[in-house]
Design a protein around this ligand. Structure first.
Ligand code: BZD
Length: 743
């Protein structure tokens, strides 16, 4: 349901192979390509990693000639714009369609009615009974197609986004009863379905609008898919041969009930035959680590909005539980854990259970994530159906993340590899390994990196007024703000660095490696602790950046309104990037892959996909620290008795005592990491975090070593291309072959 496409102009021109001709043509008209490209706004129809992953995967699907469609919603308001005022986050609406969207093609003839509410009645049919849904509201879904051109191929696939429009049918009824005002109000109400993206990437609040969005999206997409199938096929038994549906998290999992409804109620297939088809077409990617993060839909809500779907889910659950009893016996605890329906104060539907039961393949997004799914989150299911579970480590597209965003590095790589073929065949990047010690390459590599840092420094000055030195180490953490991602650990580490500089003999200061610390990311509007982390970052920055005693030795910058375009600017200019989640919390992480491709060194915990990055580039090529995943539960058990270094207590005390102001406001933030409440183990990991930071400083001084590590990072990044991920989906899950446009 989410795609973070960012800008399209450069990407499209490059993928079509016309970038230089286009730039020349623009020049004749008096425009610079780069200047023009920066005028484009970001298409931000998503929250974070999950949504950017979909965007990368679309690029790979197109480039690798796979026949595929992306379906989503054409939200009128994308992810909110973040404005920082007095250091606090404020949200502003992102009305991105204000000046029109030149990339989309409105398909006025591709529209489908989507129905909601109403009742279900029994109807006589062929001597028996059948269920008939009499919906109470109809909304029209209109298709907007966004072309996704592949690189080095004429294949272009489609991202089809649905916009909600009022159905003429409602109007007629209302006008006939003379209720003109209500008719107009109803028209507007229909449009609200696709009006705004929910900005929360962690909790499900059981909101009706959210469920309406999900069904609107699912119903329109399935009508489109089924219509296309029926254009050339008459027998639904062929459906699984032609259609594979990948559920990107549970957000579209109502599709399961919807396919059953269409096949049984509308196409009049028997229940068992329909069920057989459903089980062959769906597969499910989960991006969640914690059971609490799984989506649950209150039964009351579903019953009022989609009464027939609730019945179908109950029927699926009934058959499944009967089958389960035969397999595992009357183990009621386990049966109740595995049920699609959760009984309790608020009876609800467990969307992940529905998705697992009905999918032929369930995958996590990194190897350790899948291990977690098998041993913890979905253990019961894994024991029942081990064959369903596998993993597809995420990837990112090198077209966007090197070729578009770092053209000088891209040219350098092509020069040293003697080919541009790596743009489609990323494993060729490994060829850089042989040159990792070449002094000429080092010089050119450093030059490219320096120019990127200068570009970033200019941006920082323009955004925040802070002047930074490009000879300092640029240390970056950009991602959504979450307690588990531990931006607070980073900030407290910066406070410690500041404290050390302040307490140092003046003569020792020459030994300090200058740093520019850059943090960026949005907090979900209702996530109070995350908002406080942003404020703390800005309060600490205010203090440090205005301390003449510290000067260029340390700067801290919060980059506002982090989005895809900002990432494209920041990543190529980063020396070091931080991926420091508490082990066992990040399902995969994809930011690290973009930094890696761009030759940025990683400071990281052994979490998510980092574990696989270590396998590719080796522990010596990055700065690792922190508790391991298997150690975390026992450490948590220790509660207040867990040993925490003195330096940690000291920096938290500085915040508590109001050293950075806003003493009362930061109190609850400090409480979160002290007194046995330190769930994310900031205190425990602090010592090893500082050691990893010290190791990074030491290496940075040795520019020869740093540059070699940087080249080896790019050289080892091939496995983290979304081309590899998509190939795995195509071969193992969907059973599809490339289908290249022949001319
Ligand atoms: O998905 C993220 C995970 O946290 C990352 O570890 C992982 O790398 C990426 C891609 O697999 N999850 C999200 O981004 N989730 C959301 O954005 C989201 C959105 C709506 C509702 C719930 C979660």
């Amino acid at each position: 349901m989410e795609f973070l496409m960012g800008r399209s102009l450069s990407n499209s021109a490059i993928n079509l192979g016309i970038r230089d001709q286009y730039a020349d043509a623009l020049k004749e008209l008096g425009f610079e390509f780069e200047v023009l490209a920066e005028q484009e706004g970001d298409a931000a129809l998503g929250n974070g990693g999950l949504a950017r992953l979909s965007a990368c995967q679309m690029d790979s699907l197109a480039t690798m000639d796979y026949p595929a469609w992306g379906y989503g919603l054409r939200y009128q308001y994308g992810l909110f714009r973040q404005v920082i005022l007095d250091g606090y986050q404020h949200e502003q609406p992102d009305y991105w369609l204000n000046f029109g969207n030149p990339w989309e093609i409105e398909r006025v003839h591709v529209t489908y009615p989507v129905k909601f509410y109403g009742t279900v009645e029994d109807e006589n049919f062929n001597g028996g009974k059948r269920k008939v849904w009499l919906p109470g509201e109809t909304v029209e879904a209109v298709a907007y197609d966004n072309p996704i051109p592949g690189h080095g191929t004429r294949n272009t696939i489609t991202l089809r986004l649905w916009a909600a429009k009022p159905s003429d049918q409602i109007d007629m009824e209302s006008y006939n009863t003379g209720d003109y005002i209500n008719a107009v109000v109803n028209r507007q109400r229909a449009e609200t379905i696709s009006s705004v993206l929910f900005p929360d990437d962690r909790s499900y609040q059981g909101k009706e609008l959210r469920l309406k969005q999900q069904y609107f999206f699912v119903s329109a997409s399935l009508q489109d898919i089924i219509r296309r199938f029926k254009d050339s096929h008459s027998n639904f038994d062929d459906f699984p041969e032609k259609v594979a549906l990948q559920l990107n998290d549970t957000h579209p999992s109502l599709a399961i009930a919807e396919v059953m409804r269409v096949l049984v109620d509308e196409e009049h297939l028997g229940w068992n035959r329909a069920w057989d088809i459903v089980c062959k077409i769906f597969s499910f990617t989960t991006h969640t680590v914690l059971p609490e993060g799984l989506e649950k839909v209150p039964v009351d809500l579903l019953e009022s909005l989609l009464p027939r779907h609730l019945q179908i889910i109950y029927d699926i659950n009934f058959d499944y539980i009967e089958e389960l009893k035969k397999r595992i016996g009357l183990d009621y605890d386990r049966l109740s854990r595995m049920s699609i329906v959760e009984d309790g104060a608020i009876k609800s539907i467990r969307m992940a259970n529905l998705a697992i039961v009905c999918s032929h393949t369930v995958n996590g997004v990194s190897r350790v994530h899948s291990e977690l799914l098998k041993t913890r989150v979905f253990k019961d299911f894994y024991e029942l159906w081990p064959h369903k579970f596998d993993y597809k480590t995420n990837g990112v597209t090198q077209r966007r993340w090197i070729v578009v965003s770092n053209p000088s590095l891209s040219a350098l790589i092509s020069k040293w590899l003697g080919t541009e073929a790596w743009i489609r065949d990323v494993d060729l990047l490994a060829g850089l390994q042989e040159q990792a010690a070449n002094a000429d390459l080092h010089e050119e590599w450093r030059m490219v990196r320096k120019v990127n840092k200068m570009r970033l420094a200019e941006y920082i000055e323009a955004m925040s007024g802070v002047k930074v030195s490009v000879s300092a180490m640029f240390d970056v953490q950009i991602k959504r703000i979450h307690e588990y991602k531990r931006q607070l650990l980073n900030i407290l580490g910066i406070v410690h660095r500041y404290d050390c500089i302040k307490n140092m003999e003046k003569s020792d200061r020459t030994k300090v490696v200058p740093r520019v610390c850059i943090i960026g990311g949005k907090a979900a509007p209702g996530y109070e602790i995350a908002r406080k982390i942003i404020k703390l970052c800005n309060a600490v920055a205010e203090k440090i950046n205005n301390d003449p005693d510290v000067g260029d030795l340390l700067k801290l910058v919060f980059i506002p309104d982090y989005n895809v375009s900002v990432a494209e600017l920041v990543i190529p200019g980063a020396d070091l990037s931080q991926h420091i989640s508490t082990a066992g919390h990040e399902a995969s992480g994809t930011g690290s892959m973009k930094f890696l491709m761009n030759g940025c060194l990683l400071l990281a915990t052994e979490d998510g996909s980092t574990v696989e990055i270590i396998e590719e580039i080796g522990k010596d090529n990055m700065f690792l620290f922190g508790a391991k995943m298997h150690e975390v539960p026992a450490l948590r058990e220790k509660g207040p008795t867990l040993k925490v270094p003195l330096q940690f207590a000291r920096v938290v005390r500085m915040v508590r005592d109001g050293y950075f102001g806003f003493q009362d406001y930061f109190e609850s933030l400090c409480d979160k990491v002290e007194g046995g409440n330190d769930f994310y183990l900031l205190g425990y990991d602090f010592q090893s975090y500082l050691e990893a930071q010290a190791a990074a400083d030491k290496t940075f001084v040795d520019q020869e070593k740093w540059t070699r590590m940087s080249i080896l990072s790019t050289a080892g990044s091939g496995r983290f291309s979304s081309d590899r991920t998509i190939e795995e989906y195509a071969e193992k899950t969907w059973g599809i072959e490339p289908c290249r446009c022949p001319f």
